[in-house]
Design a protein around this ligand. Structure first.
Ligand code: PLP
Length: 479
């Protein structure tokens, strides 16, 4: 799911404690978030709407924008048309817990990538046709497998052991339909990974599949790689295509190459090499420590541009990947999670206290915790500057501050970086973190200190500039 991009280490090691003189010697580093124009209008033009929502639903508040997921899906369809591609898109719904975003994906005709029977049940309840679900994961339970086969979902088989379980199941249970499977491949470059099967296990499954008749149908091959380099996906396409050819020689009829997720997102408007080098400067951080890498904030191309790069890449002998797929009657399947949720969620925190510290830094305490804007999962740091929505217009000198959650844990820091502000924020101002739909907003949320779970609402802009909102967290009727 990630790439290791090492930041330019200026003055490697960093100071043991923050040394104000050195901090001052470094000019402020702005990492300006990219914002969809509709959200930019709202945040900058109608801040009172956001203030009203935080008053009503509390802080932190997660807002999802289903229409923006649909916009991302439309971009995928443009790629499909541009390249005359057979393209299956499965929304990897683990990227966040929103129901409204799953529903939006389903409404555009996308499938859903599910990794638990709970994700499966939600997707079906939200309107997904079972045939448009693709189940992945290395540890599917027996009950999950039964439900998947019975409903006619596509199953990505992760191991020879799982394949054997599926064979046993179709032998024992009279399903009304065949088990539809992909075989998940583990390329040699990922030899240490616990996901997927190496060549020998794949071959074993293939020869078994020649004997399963129509109780188990091979639809294709699957791969999901960490990182978001399109070059690694080009290698993946070549590898999967080789397996398709081999399976077809054996008389099987696979047609789908599922290359998984990992399409990039552009978070930062100025992610220039220079800004990223500066992001590696330990003096930009109150604790004198730059994160080891800047994933996923260094995306320079969005998912649409990324897919174009992949499809236009030479496959062989002057033939592009798109042409190769077409001449071999192959369907490309993708499972974007993060990138389909691009711009489709934001998290808003209310500032409760602005405090001056002996090291001459200032900390903004927010109502909420780093669990609600987390990069802990990626051992990185939330690299985007939050947008300040002041309670009222105010004049003052520019200032820098770092941002901490309200808990009593020393580690509960949202942003160690000294974020530049036009004017020093005050208590009751809001901080808007845009684009938190990809694993950041609710992956680790909890009720620490018995604070209630953060609310999640869905919203859409309506003509006239107002917005419609509805609950999206199972509390109250869901849209
Ligand atoms: C998590 C996951 C995805 C989604 O990855 P993103 O980086 O969010 O696009 C897709 N497929 C599989 C199998 C996954 O585990």
């Amino acid at each position: 799911m990630r790439d290791r991009v090492v930041t330019g280490m200026v003055g490697q090691g960093g100071p043991a404690g923050t040394q104000p003189a050195q901090v001052a010697a470094n000019s402020p580093l702005a990492l300006t978030p990219l914002l969809d124009p509709s959200l930019s209008d709202l945040v900058h033009g109608q801040p009172q709407i956001l203030q009203g929502l935080v008053e009503r639903f509390g802080s932190p508040l997660n807002i999802v924008w289903p229409d923006l997921l649909k916009k991302n899906m439309a971009a995928m369809r443009r790629v499909q048309q541009r390249h005359g591609l057979r393209l299956d898109v499965y929304y990897a719904c683990k990227a966040n817990k929103s129901h409204a975003l799953v529903r939006a994906a389903v409404e555009t005709g996308a499938g859903v990538e599910v990794s638990s029977e709970y994700e499966m049940a939600d997707a079906v309840r939200l309107g997904a046709a079972p045939a448009l679900l693709c189940a992945t994961g290395p540890a599917k339970t027996d009950r999950f497998l039964r439900r998947l086969i019975a409903a006619g979902c596509l199953i990505s088989i992760d191991s020879a052991e799982e394949f054997s379980d599926v064979r046993t199941l179709v032998g024992e249970v009279r399903f009304e339909r065949p088990a539809r499977v992909l075989l998940r491949y583990r390329p040699a470059s990922e030899a240490a990974s616990r996901f997927g099967m190496a060549d020998d296990d794949l071959r074993h499954c293939l020869s078994a599949l020649t004997e399963t008749g129509d109780s188990v149908i091979l639809e294709g091959f699957h791969i999901h790689l960490s990182g978001y380099q399109h070059q690694s996906r080009l290698r993946a396409v070549r590898q999967l295509a080789r397996h398709i050819e081999e399976a077809r020689r054996m008389g099987l009829t696979p047609h789908t190459l599922n290359i998984g997720g990992g399409m990039p997102v552009r978070y930062v408007g100025n992610a220039s090499p220079d800004a990223l080098t500066q992001a590696g400067n330990p003096h930009q951080y109150r604790n004198g420590k730059a994160p080891a890498d800047v994933y996923p904030y260094d995306g320079r191309v969005d998912a649409e541009g990324w897919l174009d790069l992949l499809l236009e890449a030479p496959y062989d002998g002057g033939v592009s990947v798109a042409q190769y797929l077409d001449t071999h009657d192959l369907t490309l399947a993708i499972e974007p999670g993060r990138s389909l949720a691009d711009q489709a969620a934001m998290s808003i925190f209310r500032i409760t206290r602005v405090k001056a510290l002996p090291d001459r830094t200032r900390v903004l305490f927010v109502e909420g915790s780093s669990f609600s804007a987390c990069e802990t999962w990626f051992a990185s740091e939330f690299m985007v500057d939050p947008i300040l929505v002041p309670q009222r217009a105010r004049v003052g000198a520019p200032a820098r501050a770092w941002i901490a959650g309200h808990s009593c844990l020393d580690e509960d820091v949202i942003t160690n970086r000294l974020v530049p502000f036009q004017v020093l924020p005050c208590a009751d101002d809001l901080l808007v973190y845009p684009n938190t739909g990809g694993y950041q907003m609710d992956l680790l949320e909890n009720e620490f200190h018995r604070h209630p779970m953060p609310r999640r609402i869905a919203a859409r802009r309506v003509p006239g500039g107002d917005i419609d909102v509805w609950p999206d967290d199972g509390r109250g009727s869901s849209g």
